[in-house]
Design a protein around this ligand. Structure first.
Ligand code: BGC
Length: 256
């Protein structure tokens, strides 16, 4: 058990549609200092209900100090601006303040977009470590998240999952959830991902794509099928990326 704030340490929370996970992170090494705890996302996942879960996770680790939390929406200076796959009451909510008030004195919470957090973690400790130039991380899950990095520096809230693809919001065509819903083979789904990523490639000419989300565990089934000019590598931090990236953001106050 860890009590009190220590330099370079922060508690990371990864808020998702089904589960909310948290652990204390050593941000200098990217390692988890406590076991990853998971609590089922409350329904409805209102700001207050999610705030209570954040409190439970933080108390469970006996932590007081900096806390970073991911959220699957546009987060500008702590305020949620969108709610594509989350409860609509989040739009306009100051997530930083809601969570900071909930955890109480001695702690401060900084909230950022989930894919942005994963991008920060992969750039620091994972698949994009030491890569110069433009790196785009795309996470394929319920939706499609994106992180744009230039020489390791994040440009937040790019929301490339909502580009138009064949007349649709791209994530409604090419998210991993679409593959599950329609029982699509990896081959069939990869054709959609390919069209989507070709579109992103034309817009940004990146130096590297990092693909994350649950499907990156089975990257060998679909990444080799992609026909892109840009190198594509699977994310390395898998289900720790959000927690680690959020903790880094908190220590470096990247959400402010
Ligand atoms: C949201 C993004 C989020 C992504 C992945 C999208 O629907 O608009 O903010 O990063 O899903 O969770």
């Amino acid at each position: 058990m860890t009590s009190g704030s220590s330099a370079g340490q922060a508690f990371g929370v990864d808020i998702g549609g089904t589960g909310i996970k948290g652990a204390l992170v050593d941000t200098a090494t990217g390692t988890l200092l406590t076991e990853r705890a998971r609590i089922v996302t409350p329904r409805p996942a209102t700001p207050e209900a999610v705030g209570e879960v954040v409190v439970q996770l933080v108390r469970g680790a006996d932590w007081r100090g900096l806390i970073g939390a991911t959220f699957p929406a546009v987060i500008k200076h702590g305020v949620a601006q969108s709610a594509a796959n989350v409860d609509p009451t989040w739009v306009g909510t100051d997530a930083d303040k809601t969570f900071t008030d909930a955890v109480g004195e001695g702690s401060e919470v900084i909230v950022l977009n989930d894919a942005d957090a994963a991008g920060i973690a992969e750039a620091r400790f994972g698949a994009a470590k030491g890569v110069d130039g433009v790196v785009i991380l795309l996470t394929f899950g319920t939706g499609i998240g994106s992180a744009l990095l230039m020489n390791g520096v994040l440009v937040p809230n790019t929301e490339l999952g909502h580009l138009e693809l064949d007349g649709y919001d791209a994530e409604r065509r090419a998210a991993a959830s679409v593959r599950d819903e329609h029982g699509m083979s990896y081959r069939k789904w990869s054709q959609r991902v390919n069209r989507y990523m070709q579109h992103v490639e034309r817009l940004f000419s990146p130096d590297l794509f990092v693909v994350g989300g649950g499907v990156s565990k089975n990257a060998e089934k679909w990444v080799p099928l992609l026909e892109l000019k840009t190198r594509v590598v699977p994310a390395q931090l898998l289900n720790e990326a959000g927690i680690v990236g959020a903790a880094i953001a908190a220590v470096e106050r990247l959400g402010e």
